[in-house]
Design a protein around this ligand. Structure first.
Ligand code: ZN
Length: 196
């Protein structure tokens, strides 16, 4: 089943989601929900989807970065993004720790802010402690694009959106991004957009 993805302005996207118990995670209802979220993410398509985005205030997100998505991106950009395929996985009740070190900056978008993109500084590496799809404890040590996806999805579970962290002057429709900026380095985009 394909679920409806809600857009910014829906109150649920600005509320802190609640944790799930292990029994809830293992319930048939949650297992079905995970499968529907997976299908909805594929259909969008996106590399992550958090429960608040389908209107549910639960600390649950699904993530997958498929090889076929990465093949559609120019190799030099893939290298810059440090983007590698990430198998499907479920993140429940996460605690995230951001590594120190210089933030990395890239354009990102969100299925709940359709058609928009902006440059968002994020930590290059994160440690996440969470439960998996079976309610089992799991540790994720992620860097590169996977670290960015985790930060983006976990923000959703706390009522956050990338627009809270973006360079305001970099917000633009995808059409303008493709027309003017997609082949430029982030540092030259920032300079041309007047971002210090
Ligand atoms: Zn999002």
């Amino acid at each position: 089943m394909k679920l409806k993805i809600v857009q910014a302005g829906e109150p649920v996207l600005r509320q802190e989601a609640r944790e799930l118990t292990r029994d809830e995670i293992r319930s048939r209802a949650t297992q079905e929900l995970i499968e529907w979220m997976r299908q909805t993410m594929y259909d969008a398509p996106g590399v992550g989807l958090a429960a608040p985005q389908i209107g549910l205030g639960l600390q649950l997100a699904v993530i997958e970065d498929k090889p076929e998505y990465i093949r559609a991106v120019p190799p030099e950009r893939v290298k810059e993004m440090r983007r590698q395929a990430v198998p499907f996985h479920v993140v429940v009740n996460p605690k995230i720790r951001l590594d120190d070190g210089a933030p990395v900056e890239f354009f990102e978008g969100c299925l709940s802010l359709t058609g928009l993109m902006a440059i968002v500084p994020r930590s290059a590496r994160v440690q996440v402690d969470c439960l998996d799809h079976n309610g089992e404890p799991k540790h994720i040590d992620a860097s590169g694009w996977h670290a960015r996806i985790l930060q983006h999805e976990i923000d959703h579970l706390q009522g956050g959106l990338y627009i809270d962290r973006m360079y305001i002057r970099s917000l633009m429709p995808v059409e303008q991004y493709n027309r003017h900026w997609k082949d430029k380095t982030i540092s030259s985009v920032k300079s041309e957009l007047g971002i210090a």
